[in-house]
Design a protein around this ligand. Structure first.
Ligand SMILES: Cc1cc2nc3c(=O)[nH]c(=O)nc-3n(C[C@H](O)[C@H](O)[C@H](O)COP(=O)(O)OP(=O)(O)OC[C@H]3O[C@@H](n4cnc5c(N)ncnc54)[C@H](O)[C@@H]3O)c2cc1C
Length: 402
C-alpha cells in the first residue's frame, strides 16, 4: 500500500488526508501540537464563518492578484461543496444577514469531532507532538518528538503547515527556512486581516480603548465600506479595518505611514451636518450641541477632540468637515502573531497545477502556507479546504504514475 505523510492537521491538511484515505492510500498525519485543528477551533470561538454565499464571480475577486491560481481550486471545491460536505458530517449551515455562512451552532468543535471520527474510520493515523524540522540526506522526513528524533519515509508528502499568526495554536512559520534550504522560494510572511498602530494621546486611549466605533464609513484609496471597528490601546482593529488591511499594510510599507478617512455620520450629508450644527446652541457646550444635533457622542466625539484643535472643534464649518471626512494617521500593522491570518508563503511559481513543488517532486503544499491572502468572510477557510483537496488529488495522481 502506498503511504502519504500529511504534515499539519489544520483544515488544509485534514482535507488532503480525507481525499487520500478515501482512495486506498495509507495516510499518516503529523502535527506539532498535542491535538489537531487548534486554529480551526479558535476560529469557531467567535462564530465559525465557514464560507460565503455570494455569487462565484464575486467570491473569486476576494483573492485579488492570486485569483488566477485560487479560482480553479474553488471550481473543484467551492462554497456550495463545502456546505454539502459539512452537511454530510451532520453539520447544517445557514446564511447570515451579511451573506456569510456559519454552522447552525456557530461552533467548530462538533464539525471537527465528526470529521476526526470519519478520518479514523478511513484508517488515517494521527501523530500529535511531532514537529517537522526538514529532511535528512536520505530525503527522510525528520520529526522532533518527546521521545527524540524520528525519521519517516513516505511515497508522497503534503505540507499544510499554516501561516504565521497566532503561533500558540501551532502555525509559527518555522517551516520557512526548511523549504528555503531546499531551494523553494517563499515570500516573507506578514500580517493580514490585522489591526494597526495609532499614536493615541494617553487621555484618549485610557478613556476609549475597547470602545467600538459603530456605523462609520471608512475610505482608503479605492476602498469604501460601511461598518464598525474598535479602538485599542495600540490603535484600531476589527472587521472594517481588516477588510482593507492589505491595502493599508502595503501603503505603509511603501510610504512609512498612511491616513485613512472616516465619515462619522454616514446617514447625513455634509450640508445636513453643517445646517444642524449651525443652529444656535446658546449656553450649551459644543459637545452637547454635537450630541443633540447630529447624535455624535462618546468615542466618536472623543475622536474629533483627539484630532481637532480647540478652535477647530468650536468652529462649525471645521467640525462638520471633520465629521464627514476625518483623517486618521496609521503608523504600522500590528505584529503578525496578533493577525487573523498571514500573507506571503510558498510562491505559486514554485508549484505545478496540482500544488506539487517543482523542485521537490512528490511534495505538495496546501492552505495558508501558500502565497495568497483574502479578507475575513469565510474566504480563508474555503481556500484552505479547496487547496487541501487539490493537493490530495495531486498526490493520488502522482502515486498512480510512480
Ligand atoms: C482567531 C481566528 C479566527 C478565525 N476565524 C476564521 C473564520 O471565521 N473564517 C475563516 O475563513 N478563517 C478564519 N480564520 C483563519 C483560518 O482559521 C485559517 O486560515 C486556517 O485555519 C488555515 O488553515 P491551514 O490548514 O492552512 O493552517 P492551520 O489551521 O494553521 O494548521 C496548520 C497546522 O500545522 C501544524 N504545524 C505547523 N508547523 C508544523 C511543524 N513544523 N510540524 C508539525 N506540524 C506543524 C500546526 O500545529 C497546525 O495544526 C481565523 C483565524 C484566527 C486566528
Amino acid at each position: 500500500m502506498k503511504t502519504v505523510a500529511v504534515i499539519g492537521a489544520g483544515p488544509a491538511g485534514l482535507m488532503a488526508a480525507e481525499v487520500l484515505s478515501q482512495n486506498g492510500v495509507q495516510v499518516d498525519v503529523y502535527d506539532s501540537m498535542p491535538s489537531v485543528g487548534r486554529k480551526f477551533l479558535m476560529a469557531g470561538k467567535s462564530g465559525l464563518n465557514l464560507t460565503h454565499s455570494e455569487p462565484f464571480e464575486q467570491f473569486v475577486t476576494r483573492y485579488g492578484s492570486r485569483r488566477k491560481r485560487i479560482e480553479p481550486m474553488l471550481k473543484e471545491f467551492g462554497a456550495d461543496d463545502l456546505r454539502a460536505w459539512a452537511q454530510e458530517l451532520g453539520i447544517e449551515t445557514f446564511v447570515g444577514t451579511s451573506g456569510r455562512v456559519f454552522p447552525m451552532n456557530m461552533k467548530a468543535s462538533p464539525l471537527l469531532r465528526a470529521w476526526s471520527k470519519r478520518l479514523q474510520n478511513n484508517g488515517v493515523t494521527i501523530h500529535t507532538r511531532h514537529r517537522w524540522i526538514g529532511w535528512n540526506q536520505d530525503q527522510a522526513l525528520r520529526f522532533e518528538t518527546g521521545g527524540g528524533e524520528k525519521l519517516v519515509k513516505a511515497d508522497a508528502v503534503i505540507l499544510a503547515l499554516g501561516g504565521g499568526s497566532w503561533h500558540r495554536l501551532g502555525s509559527d512559520g518555522a517551516w520557512v527556512p526548511c523549504l528555503e534550504q531546499a531551494g523553494v522560494k517563499v515570500a516573507a510572511l506578514k500580517s493580514s486581516n490585522c489591526g494597526f498602530d495609532v499614536a493615541w494621546s494617553d487621555h484618549f486611549k485610557e478613556k476609549y480603548h475597547g470602545h467600538p466605533l459603530k456605523s462609520v464609513v471608512l475610505s482608503f484609496e479605492g476602498f469604501r465600506q460601511h461598518g464598525e471597528f474598535v479602538v485599542t490601546k495600540h490603535g484600531v482593529e476589527g472587521g472594517l479595518i481588516y477588510a482593507c488591511s492589505a491595502l493599508i499594510r502595503d501603503a505603509i510599507a511603501v510610504r512609512g505611514t498612511t491616513n485613512l478617512q472616516l465619515d462619522l455620520a454616514p446617514n447625513l450629508s455634509r450640508d445636513d451636518v453643517l445646517k444642524k450644527l449651525s443652529k444656535p446652541h446658546g449656553s450649551k457646550t459644543m459637545a452637547s450641541h454635537l450630541e443633540k444635533t447630529v447624535g455624535i457622542k462618546g468615542v466618536k466625539a472623543g475622536l474629533l477632540r483627539e484630532y481637532l484643535s480647540k478652535d477647530d472643534f468650536a468652529n462649525t464649518a471645521q467640525l462638520a468637515e471633520a465629521i464627514k471626512n476625518l483623517s486618521m494617521p496609521l503608523i504600522a500593522p500590528r505584529p503578525i502573531d496578533e493577525a487573523i491570518s498571514s500573507a506571503g508563503g510558498v510562491l505559486f511559481e514554485e508549484l505545478d497545477e496540482h500544488l506539487m513543488l517543482k523542485k521537490l517532486p512528490s511534495v505538495f503544499c496546501a492552505g495558508e502556507m501558500l502565497d495568497w491572502e483574502a479578507p475575513t468572510g469565510g474566504y480563508l477557510l474555503t481556500a484552505c479546504f479547496a487547496s487541501g483537496r487539490v493537493a490530495g488529488r495531486g498526490a493520488l495522481k502522482w502515486l498512480d504514475k510512480s
